[in-house]
Design a protein around this ligand. Structure first.
Ligand code: PMP
Length: 380
C-alpha cells in the first residue's frame, strides 16, 4: 500500500533532496563543505528575511530553543512566554529549568494571545528581559502576531525570541523588519529535509545580551559557532549528509521564490480547511489559521485514536493526533514541506471513508469537490 505522510513534521522529502543526501561523504573542514555552509547560510537568510548571523546546530528544534535560552539569559532573569499550546509550554519548561522567572500568558488552546496583553504585562514589569512567542503553534494550528509583538518589544527594548520551527518556509517571517531578535527553526518541516538540524538567526541586540548571560553552556555557545562561521567552518562535526539535503531543499526554494512558497501553502491550507468543514467537522482554531497545519475537532460520536488507526492501516494515510490536553480530542493534517495538492485530496478522500466506516454521517464526494473549488478560488 502506498503511504501518505501528512503530519506537521517530519514531512516527506523531495527526490532531489533524497538524492543530494546520497552524495559521497566529504570532510567538514574541506573547501567543499565551506562552500556549502556559506550557501546554506545565505539561503537561510533569504528565507528568514534577515541580515543577521545564522548559526547551524546538529539538533532538533528543541535544541535550538534551549540554545537560545542558555545564550541570552541568566538565572533569576524574568521572561514572558506566550503559552498558547504545547510548544509555548515547552519554552516555559526550558526557561524554568534554567532558573528563569517566567510569566506565562495562557489562553484556551486554539486561540491566540492578544499582543496588547503582552504590552500590558511589560509595562507592569519593567525588568522583563525577553518575550518568547511561537510563529506557528503546531499543537493547535494557529499563528502568532509576530509583527505586533516585534513592535511592542522594540518600543520597550525587550528581546523577542520566536520559535519558527513549524513556521519557516510555511508562513512569511520578516525577521529584521518585524524586530525578531532570535528566530529558531529546524530542518524537518517547511524545509523538506529530514530531522536533525536547527538554525538560529541572532540580532545585534541578542549578541549584546549573550555577552552577559550567565547560564553554563559549552556545546551550545553561540560565540564559538560565530567564530567558526567567520572561518566558514562548523566548530564540531556536523551531520554532513543532512546539510547536503538542506542545501538542495534551499536551492529548490530559492529557484521557486519564497513568495511562491507562501502562496502555495496558503492555497493548500484553504483547500484543506474547506474540505474538512464540508465533512461536517469543526476546526479547532477560530481564526489566525496556520498555512502549515490544520487542527480538527474529533466529532463526539467518534473515537479519535481509532480514526487515526483506520486512516493509517486501511488507507495508508498518516495524520497526527492531538498533543497533551488535546490528545484524542483533535487530529491534525500537516500540509507543510513536500506536500502537494493531490496529497490533500487523497487525505480528504480517505478521511471521508474512514469517518463513514465509523458511523459519521456525511455527503459522499463533497469534501474533495469543495477542496478543489477552494483551491481554484484562491488561485484567482
Ligand atoms: N516548536 C514547534 C512549534 C514545533 O512544532 C516543534 C516540533 N513539533 C518543536 C518546537 C520541537 O521541535 P523538535 O521536535 O524538532 O525538537
Amino acid at each position: 500500500m502506498k503511504k501518505y505522510l501528512l503530519i506537521p513534521g517530519p514531512t516527506p522529502i523531495p527526490p532531489r533532496v533524497s538524492k543530494a543526501m546520497q552524495k559521497p561523504m566529504i570532510g567538514h573542514r574541506s573547501p567543499e563543505y565551506s562552500e556549502i555552509l556559506k550557501r546554506v547560510v545565505e539561503n537561510l537568510k533569504y528565507l528568514f528575511q534577515t541580515e543577521n548571523d545564522i548559526l547551524l546546530f546538529s539538533s532538533s528544534g528543541t535544541g535550538g530553543m534551549e540554545a537560545s535560552i542558555v545564550n541570552l539569559l541568566s538565572p533569576g532573569d524574568k521572561a514572558i512566554v506566550l503559552a498558547s499550546g504545547a510548544f509555548g509550554e515547552r519554552f516555559v519548561k526550558i526557561l524554568e529549568s534554567f532558573g528563569v522567572e517566567v510569566i506565562s500568558l495562557r489562553c484556551e488552546w486554539g486561540a491566540i494571545i492578544d499582543p496588547k496583553l503582552v504590552a500590558r504585562e511589560l509595562d507592569r514589569n519593567r525588568d522583563i528581559k525577553a518575550v518568547f512567542a511561537t510563529l506557528v503553534e503546531t499543537s493547535t494550528g494557529v499563528v502568532d502576531d509576530i509583527k505586533s509583538l516585534g513592535k511592542i518589544c522594540r518600543e520597550r527594548k525587550v528581546l523577542l525570541v520566536v520559535d519558527a520551527v513549524s513556521g519557516l518556509g510555511v508562513e512569511e517571517l520578516k525577521t529584521d523588519d518585524w524586530g525578531v531578535d532570535v528566530a529558531i527553526s529546524a530542518s524537518q518541516k517547511g524545509l523538506m529535509t529530514p530531522p536533525g538540524l536547527s538554525f538560529i538567526s541572532i540580532s545585534e541586540r541578542a549578541w549584546e545580551a549573550a555577552q552577559t548571560s550567565r547560564i553554563y553552556r559549552f556545546y551550545w555557545d553561540f560565540k564559538t559557532y560565530r567564530e567558526f562561521l567567520e572561518k566558514e567552518q562548523p566548530p564540531y562535526t556536523p551531520p554532513v549528509s543532512l546539510v547536503f539535503g538542506l542545501d538542495e531543499a534551499l536551492k529548490m526554494i530559492r529557484e521557486a521564490g519564497r513568495e511562491k512558497l507562501w502562496e502555495r501553502q496558503k492555497k493548500l491550507a484553504k483547500a484543506t480547511r474547506e474540505g474538512v468543514k464540508r465533512l461536517g467537522l469543526e476546526l479547532l482554531a477560530r481564526g489566525s489559521f496556520s498555512n502549515g497545519v490544520t487542527a480538527i475537532k474529533v466529532p463526539e460520536n467518534i473515537d479519535g485514536l481509532e480514526l487515526l488507526k483506520v486512516l493509517r492501516e486501511k488507507y495508508g494515510v498518516t495524520l497526527a493526533g492531538g498533543q497533551e490536553r488535546l490528545k484524542g480530542k483533535i487530529f491534525r493534517i500537516g500540509h507543510m514541506g513536500y506536500i502537494q495538492f493531490k496529497d490533500i485530496l487523497i487525505a480528504l478522500g480517505a478521511l471521508e471513508k474512514a469517518l463513514l466506516s465509523l458511523g459519521h454521517r456525511l455527503k459522499k464526494g463533497e469534501a474533495v469537490k469543495r477542496a478543489k473549488e477552494a483551491h481554484t478560488e484562491s488561485s484567482k
